[in-house]
Design a protein around this ligand. Sequence first.
Ligand code: ZN
Length: 505
Amino acid sequence: MKKYKTLLFCLFCGFNISAQKFDSTAWKYANTISVEELSKHLHIIASDEYEGRETGKAGQKKAMEYLIKEFKTYGIEDVKRLNYIQTFPLIEQESKGIILTIDQKNYELNKDFIVSPAMQVNRIIESKVVFVGHGIEEGNYSSYKDIDVKNKFVFFWKGTPKKAKLSKEWTSKEKVELAKEKGAIGVMYYNDRLKAGLDMYKHFYERKAVKLKDDFTIETPIIALTEEPAKAILKEAGLDMEKLNEKGLKKYKNAKLPATLIIEKPTTELSGENVLAYIPGSDKKEELLVITAHYDHIGIEDSLVFNGADDDGTGTVALLEIAQAFQEAVKDGAGPRRSILIMPVSGEEKGLLGSKYYSNHPTFPLEKTIANLNVDMIGRYDEAHANDSNYIYLIGADRLSQDLHNLSEQVNRTYMNIRLDYTFNDEHDPNRFYYRSDHYNFAKNNIPVIFYFSGVHEDYHKATDTVEKIDFEKTKRVAQLIFLTAWEISNQEATIQLNPIPVED
Ligand SMILES: [Zn+2]
């Protein structure tokens, strides 16, 4: 159980809310954010010419060039002399190129079996597949008793033995982990729903996959089998899948068959870029606020351009306007006290890769990074707000910093009065949005975040997420809220405070 170190401290949390004064300077620069400019930028980066901005491809590079050109026009300097970018190396692999041979019979990837992780370092694994029965271990019972699986493929069967006294149901995931602990070079199991899934999600399984080059290391292949190869393995072991019983399982445990996994996946090296627009602060310049939005999207599929106007064209153009507003303030001698990094990232649609790379290789120290505001899809309405143009979901703030949450609420009350919806901030929300955009790579490093999001809509991740469906007035108001929140975070006297650290009993 977790508890708070100082209960008294928390009792005072609520009293931190002080009435915020309307700051006419902040308001002046917030009003440089305009529908016309947001619309102008989005009509460009969400046009077919930008080819859906897929990370590593021409469209993303083009969008990157556009962003850099704009930041330069505003007068933002290339402080670190990195040409405004952080480059991250990527590996892309096709979903073909793995052959599984068991007892001289070849099986086909995405038809007879799948491998996870899907991305594998090319190599040949030649060994034996060892049948271990249910593949569990608890108390005195072990499926691995007297069986050596070191550097062999393990094949386990579903369920658990009736006789063994067990404290839990064993999932395939737990069985896989156990097999790995025992030294298996690969793990196989039968999944009775795989075949139907492969037919239904063919498109998904045949997609190319991308990883950070940093993360592309040798990983144990976990092989889920359809009925045919599973049956064949059992048959070779002397078992009939249909008539499988405890006795048979026990009798044929430790049966071995020769197996080879040939991994020769077509592999390409690519790169993605995060764009860096750094605005140095004045008297508190060591402290940094990071504002992010992903400018990549999913590219072209079946010759359809996925323009990603809302996802995340809206967040990207909001960042341009926010950067311009801050830089105008700098020019007038009213720049922020703390530094601000406005960072359109890429690689998001491939798995938050750009922000992950940044958090592993931060251009500015994370210890001095006081908060991250992340913007992803702010120009549309979801079903729950079909007739409401004045709302936004906020996710994350109070999880790490009640202080940030209070500030955000107060700024909204003072200037914007947008309906802040916290539905998705619920820790038990099944959508898990807290983990699904770039802010998470800051939050996991204990940096307080706010994620601004309008929710999903009927065009989400479809080629129909196009620019004429965007409500630019709404986009502008949310961008202004983010700008004003950033203004307050970077200019207020106190630094955003983390919640007291929960301690274990
Ligand atoms: Zn997105």
